[in-house]
Write a protein that binds this ligand. Structure first.
Ligand code: GRF
Length: 217
């Protein structure tokens, strides 16, 4: 089995990164984590990746004159490591259309809300302020428009009366750790196809409607 050489791009603690690294340890997982790359040399996730035996690199956005120069360096690093696929996991820089088009159909992102609701930042605060009863997270392909792009997987979380942004965020994060490996598995194995804005072909199970598609394992 050829495994898709995948880079995880992070800016911070890297808990989603850890869930992807753990999932990719399974011998039948269709992607291998070949690189963890951060725009912040001090990102705590880099040490965790190193401890897990993964190649790490930092491309510090602050030393570049502009976004294009920064992205060309990122791209060079991805080329050196022969990367086929990118998972953004808490990567806090916006890309130019040039970079996104290079990776169109080969780059996923995880967002802590049920898109298309709550694009952008502070999603848990905004969900609580709006009084919604169901919140969640989304894995989607990256397109030039922020927090848009075909949705691969979502998980819903109930909002409880006593929730704070922290408690709600913690339950959403636990679901992020479920759906990101699931989505990468589906995409890397070729189990799904993109038609327009829809990702089709994954089997859903009607008995567990809160996570879709439903993980088999
Ligand atoms: C997650 O909530 C993710 O959805 C968002 O940024 C956060 C990253 O957390 N894009 P971590 O670094 O994976 O722990």
């Amino acid at each position: 089995m050829t495994r898709l050489r995948t880079a995880i791009l992070i800016s911070g603690r890297g808990s989603n990164m850890e869930s992807l690294i753990a999932a990719a340890r399974a011998p039948d997982f269709p992607a291998e984590i070949a690189l963890v790359l951060s725009n912040r040399p001090d990102a705590p996730g880099l040490d965790k990746a190193k401890a897990a035996g993964i190649a790490v690199a930092a491309v510090d956005h602050k030393i570049y004159a502009g976004r294009e120069e920064f992205e060309r360096s990122l791209q060079a690093m991805l080329d050196i490591h022969r990367i086929d696929f990118i998972c953004l996991a808490g990567f806090m820089r916006l890309f130019t259309p040039w970079f996104i088009n290079q990776w169109r159909g080969r780059m996923l992102n995880i967002h802590p809300a049920l898109l298309p609701s709550y694009r952008g930042l502070h999603t848990h605060e905004r969900a609580l302020a709006d009084g919604v009863k169901i919140h969640g997270c989304t894995v989607h392909f990256v397109v030039p428009e922020m927090d848009e792009g075909p949705i691969v997987a979502q998980a819903a979380v109930r909002v409880l009366d006593g929730d704070t942004p922290q408690t709600l965020g913690a339950r959403v994060l636990a679901q992020e750790h479920v759906i990101y490996p699931l989505a990468l598995r589906l995409v890397a194995s070729g189990a799904v196809r993109v038609e327009g804005n829809r990702v089709l072909g994954a089997l859903g199970r009607s008995d567990a409607a809160l996570v879709a598609p439903t993980p088999d394992r």
